[in-house]
Write a protein that binds this ligand. Structure first.
Ligand SMILES: NC(=O)c1ccc[n+]([C@@H]2O[C@H](COP(=O)([O-])OP(=O)(O)OC[C@H]3O[C@@H](n4cnc5c(N)ncnc54)[C@H](OP(=O)(O)O)[C@@H]3O)[C@@H](O)[C@H]2O)c1
Length: 307
């Protein structure tokens, strides 16, 4: 059973939309049309076999189809060798709603417990954040979740939980080459100092960062004989020592992503990546609704404000 963050592979398995029959019906738009269920299952097996042992799930991915699909995958691997997280979604109005939701997701995935239970975003609970997490603790006490984790919290919200005795195993949030808000606010440092594993979603910004062909990325990809996406993943995992949560539907993409760990990049080139700033994304960073109150776009929509 995986109990320590150091046992977790630096590339986490994203599952957005996997197993969907008709992708046009997804809750959110995806940029990918590739992959069949077989490819996707192969991609998951390729990732797991290569050591990727952290997987995220959510009911809202393909309206529950992804969870059903993942049940097939989970049946094929030893349960204790993978760290499975799942998210609480909308409509938490009473403490009891937490267990009702979790039971439903466990059933769909043929699981008896998850390794970490996550509130998808602050706005999905009508209860105050701290109260929600205090109530989520009962799922750990009942053995239905081993840890509590979080997603899309602001630095102040993480502090509120931490200072009130909620131990977070990890937090899923947005971080990539263009969206560096969490570096600027000290969020990443706080998590590191408090041993909260940061799992960065949209590390490739759904392949849109590479499509921009920024001269720096094009140059480094050529210099190190890697793809632009590999440079992006290497930066997050090996250089920043964070976890990259990537959705890949094909074994080829999985292999390419894992091969990003095999390159050594010079210090001065890593510094150039650190110094890279996106004028567009920086210009709207102060408009992010960091507490997810509904006033503006939240952190989980920041990366989608531009192509
Ligand atoms: N907690 C949250 O609120 C939150 C928010 C956003 C995202 N997430 C989760 O984080 C995970 C990752 O986010 P994401 O899927 O939005 O973004 P992403 O992982 O940055 O990008 C995924 C896209 O990139 C493509 N891709 C993967 N590897 C590639 C490669 N080597 N070369 C070219 N293209 C490649 C995938 O295509 P193929 O599918 O064709 O391989 C897919 O279209 C998802 O499972 C998502 O659900 C969580």
């Amino acid at each position: 059973m995986i109990s320590n963050q150091s046992e977790i592979h630096h590339i986490a398995i994203g599952t957005f939309g996997l197993g969907a029959e008709r992708k046009e019906e997804w809750t959110e738009k995806s940029t990918s049309d590739s992959g069949t269920n077989n490819d996707e299952l192969n991609a998951l097996m390729t990732a797991f076999t290569a050591g990727q042992n952290y997987i995220e799930t959510s009911f809202i991915y393909a309206g529950g189809e992804t969870m059903k699909f993942l049940a097939t995958f989970f049946q094929q691997i030893p349960r204790e060798e993978i760290f499975i997280t799942t998210k609480l979604e909308k409509f938490i109005e009473r403490e009891e709603d937490i267990e009702i939701q979790l039971d439903k997701y466990l059933d769909l995935m043929w699981l008896t417990y998850v390794d970490a239970l996550i509130l998808h975003a602050p706005s999905i609970s009508k209860l105050p954040l701290l109260e929600t997490y205090q109530a989520m603790r009962s799922m750990v006490e009942k053995g239905k979740a081993r840890h509590l984790s979080a997603s899309n919290l602001s630095l102040e919200q993480v502090k509120n939980l931490t200072e009130n005795g909620i131990k977070l195993f990890s937090i899923e949030t947005l971080y990539n080459l263009e969206c560096k808000i969490h570096e600027d606010t000290g969020f990443l440092k706080y998590c590191k100092d408090h041993n909260i594993m940061v799992v960065c979603y949209q590390p490739l910004r759904r392949n849109r960062t590479a499509k921009r062909n920024y001269p720096l990325l094009v140059e480094l990809a050529e210099k190190y004989n890697k793809t632009q996406n590999q440079i992006l993943i290497h930066r997050i995992t090996k250089h920043k020592k964070l976890h990259a949560l990537i959705k890949a539907s094909t074994p080829e993409h999985v292999k390419e992503n894992i091969a990003s760990l095999d390159v050594e990049i010079d210090e001065q080139d890593l510094k150039r990546l650190d110094d890279f700033r996106s004028i567009e994304f920086d210009a709207i960073a102060d408009q992010i609704d960091r507490e997810d109150t509904g006033k503006s776009f939240p952190i989980y929509k920041y990366a989608n404000q531009f192509d």
